[in-house]
Write a protein that binds this ligand. Structure first.
Ligand SMILES: [Zn+2]
Length: 93
C-alpha cells in the first residue's frame, strides 16, 4: 500500500488543518528492568508453572503498520489510521 509523505490533516493542538510530515511508527526498545519483565523473571526463577504459554503459531500474516504524523507548525505527533498490510510505502505525491 502507498501512503503520501506529507498530508493535510487536522491538528488538535493548533485546532485547524495543517501540513503533517509522515513517518512510520516503530516500537521503541523495551527497558530491561520494566515491571512486567521483573515480574516474569521472578516467576521464572521460583516454583509453580511457567507463567505464560509458549507462543507457537501466529494466525495473522501481516503486521499492523501505523503512520505517525508530525505537525509542521507545532511539531506535535499523532497517529493516523493503521493498516494491516504486507508493506506500507511512503511516497511523494
Ligand atoms: Zn499543530
Amino acid at each position: 500500500m502507498k501512503y503520501p509523505r506529507t498530508i493535510n490533516r487536522y491538528c488538535p493542538n493548533c485546532r485547524s488543518h495543517k501540513k503533517h510530515s509522515v513517518s512510520l511508527y516503530k516500537k521503541g526498545q523495551e527497558r530491561a528492568m520494566n515491571h512486567g519483565r521483573r515480574r516474569l523473571e521472578k516467576k521464572k526463577r521460583g516454583y509453580g508453572s511457567f507463567p505464560k504459554p509458549i507462543f507457537h503459531r501466529n494466525s495473522k500474516i501481516n503486521k499492523r503498520s501505523t503512520p505517525l504524523l508530525e505537525c509542521s507548525e507545532c511539531g506535535k505527533k499523532q497517529y493516523a489510521k493503521s493498516y494491516r498490510v504486507k508493506r506500507l510505502e511512503l511516497q511523494e505525491v
